[in-house]
Design a protein around this ligand. Sequence first.
Ligand code: C2E
Ligand code: MG
Ligand code: MG
Length: 665
Amino acid sequence: MDGTGLKAFLNRLRRLFTVSGDSPELVQAQFRAFCKQMPTLYFILTVSTLSVSYTFSSRAPLWLSVYLPMAMCLVCVGRFLWWIRAGKTPVSDDVALLHLKHTNVLASLLSAGLTCWGLNLYGYGDDPAQGHVIFYMALTVIGCIFCLMHLRSAAIAVTLIVIVPYIVFLMAEGGPTERAIAINLGLVCMAMISVLLTHYRDFKELIASRRDLTAKQVETQALSNENFRIANLDALTGLPNRRRFFHDADAAFAAAEANGRAMAIGVIDLDGFKPVNDTFGHAAGDRVLVEAAERFQSAVVEAGPVAATVYRLGGDEFGLVVQGDLAEGVLEDLGRRLTGTTARPFAAGGAYAQMACSIGFALWPQSGANAESLFECADYALYHAKRHLRGQTVLFSAEHQAEILNQSVVERSLQAADLGTELSLVYQPMIDLRSGATVGFEALARWDSPVLGRMAPGVFIPVAERTGLIGTVTRALLEKALREARTWPEALALSFNLSAHDICAAEGVVRLIAIVNASGIDPRRIDFEITETAMAADFERARQSVIALKALGCQVSLDDFGTGYSSLSYVHRLPLDRIKVDRSFVADLDSNPASRKIVKSLTSLCLDFGLTSVIEGVETEAQLGALSGLNGDLAQGYLFARPMPAGDIPGYLAGEALPRVAHGA
Ligand code: C2E
Ligand code: MG
Ligand code: MG
């Protein structure tokens, strides 16, 4: 063997007899195994030593047969107790390693001591007593190998320290039987050491694989924590997202129910966001959303006695989960604080956009049987705010509950209705303000429900939209309107109202075009009315639909103009023919100069853009009088005629001398 070979061999030998602290997991596992096995080892040693001591007590000197083994037994009992106690408290990696090293040394010292003791006693015994010593040594070694299996260095050291001197001694001093025993013992010990080495390797590998598994588990856990975080976060605003909202709402509801405390859910919707998005582009829209999120967040941080969290539910809709002392007025205060944050203009693509926000709150236990229904109540309150109290906060109330109940009756009846026979149309004439002549009729839907009686479109159209029935309703109505309009004089136009869904759904408009084509009516006689709300739902789709209807030859009007948010942007970006000025501006036309100014500017706008203006809701002579000089083109209203059934139209047209309009232009 050359120098390096010898060095490597010595290194291996050293490793074989030292305790390695390379793997803290292995050290801990060894220590834990020892806590269980070492008491057994010391028990075997103590019992065996006492038994040999007894055999030799009358043959050998007392110091050798009694005192010395007693001292060694005391050490064993001490260690026995120490290991039992050590098993009860966890120790650090360093301390465990130190104990293993001590055990390594102590095991070697103890085995050396016992071996010397046994060899010294041997000479004092007769054959059976010497046999006892040999039996004692063999038993002790096998017991030690088993108990020290998890600490290879100690097991091998003990085996060698005991067995080598014994074999040498028996081979030198003993007769043939003793030599045979020595050879037997040597071979058995070699076999045991080979088993020990295999076991120790397996043990080490097991611990290493467990460590890898734990590391993998930790890594997987970390990954899944990160995934969880991302999956629950809104990428744009950094707020917790819709998924998180429902999760937290459920948890808050369960907690509120468990300890009988109130909780609330809120839904915030930005008023006027869609036009900002349409006009300034999506990047500007995104910036507005981020800013709105920040403002809402700072508003809830200062929310006093309540803990509120803001979530982004999607689009321009935000959610709130509110817990804490929800005494009367607290939600209203929180709502005011939140709506107040939108008072300052938002930076949007180099310009500034003025927006507002409407909020709906629902409070448990007053409303909602679970988090989901509480959310629906809050959503309804928001819907209410958007329709009647824009830019304000509405708390879901018992009246809202009654309304919902009504709506669900409407919904059920509509779903069960025979739309072909129950739906009908009434027609309201449109008058040329200059000539006073009727130029066409607007078709207005009616539903004669066998359960609920006659229903106005303001009630059942939103329900049809919500339940997805609107497509069927619109097609049935359009077919009917076109059939009836065919009987009118050629010069009269038909105005027909479309809902958002009709122009935003992918194939909605295609089916309408097919109906127009099949009717045989000249498309130029048909005027489709769309509202700003419909445009806001999905402007690009709506624009495509408008273009398709125009390509067919139909006209398109923007209905209820002035009630929405970005009227001007739509006028500018859509190929419109008419604008219908909402009747809210006409109501006080004769008494309010501001209304007069608004109507005047709207008719001028139409003039500038080459559009026809239609003034809706003219009810009185005074209003008609106030319209003079305002340059309106057409008008509609109870003053001229209320909506009438198709059967009344011929009579109306026959008696159509309308002296009232003479001074209206
Ligand atoms: P709109 O298109 O603005 O129709 C005008 C509404 O004002 C009609 O109410 C009409 O009866 C009413 N009106 C007309 N003149 C006067 C007046 O001088 N004073 C007052 N106070 N009201 C007047 P109606 O029939 O209840 O329709 C309400 C809304 O329902 C319509 O508003 C339209 O947006 C929608 N709608 C009507 N029919 C249909 C339809 O077939 N499809 C769709 N999608 N919506 C429809
Ligand atoms: Mg209309
Ligand atoms: Mg209208």
